[in-house]
Ligand binder design. Sequence first.
Ligand code: PRT
Ligand code: ZN
Length: 226
Amino acid sequence: SAAARDRLRIAIQKSGRLAEPARALLAACGLSWRESRDRLFCYGETLPVDLLLVRDDDIPGLIADGVCDLGVVGRNVLLEQDGDRRGRGHAPAFREWRSLGFGGCRLALAVPDAWQWDGPQQLAGKRIATSYPALLSQWLAEQGVDAQVVLLSGSVEIAPRLGQAEAICDLVSSGATLVANQLKPVQTLIESEAVLAGPVDKFDDVRGELADLLLRRLDGAMRVRN
Ligand code: PRT
Ligand code: ZN
């Protein structure tokens, strides 16, 4: 979709959990940037690799549209948007190129503490609140469970107390948020972390060489860290 370009453009989160670690990892690959005044675009100085600072949710679409070449985003976001696209009959437009070892969490199903969990069938006929409708629906279908998916963009963990749903499907890292809301995790749908996302196919211009160079340095930087 994109015209041939001679610079590589990487989308990262502008602010939030992945913003700093993403920049730090790319800096560890020897990249440096001159920042624009609005802090939305960073011009690559050591290599022709620029950054675009955006909302994490926009990153897969920016890759699909060819606005950006690569992106650093949670696997949870990438898989959800991929599932959503598939559900609407679209061909895959991005994929995971590398896992990056930070931003670890899991997408988990959680139910009230008081429930005695005896398996997915317990969710039949229940309402489950989530910001991940594609991934939850896919899992429910695999389990053969007929439940209602309630889409919430935030504060999913308070949905049971508000009477909006009986269960939730949300990201969990320490588990403290679930505990504070008298919920318990009963099933992991996805193990997630930050990933380098890119198009399905390789670049057929100079961006391919830049991407190869970046991947080699990334693998080196990751080895040093682990
Ligand atoms: O503004 P923008 O849209 O870019 O940011 P955002 O608010 O959508 O995303 P952000 O910065 O919160 O998260 C970015 C990514 O970090 C997510 O997509 C995940 O890949 C990853 N990540 C890792 C997490 C968590 N850990 C996490 N714990 N994202 C969210 N949480 C939330 C979770 O939703 C729940 O509300 O933290 C709470 C649970 O945390 P614990 O420690 O109490 O279990
Ligand atoms: Zn977001």
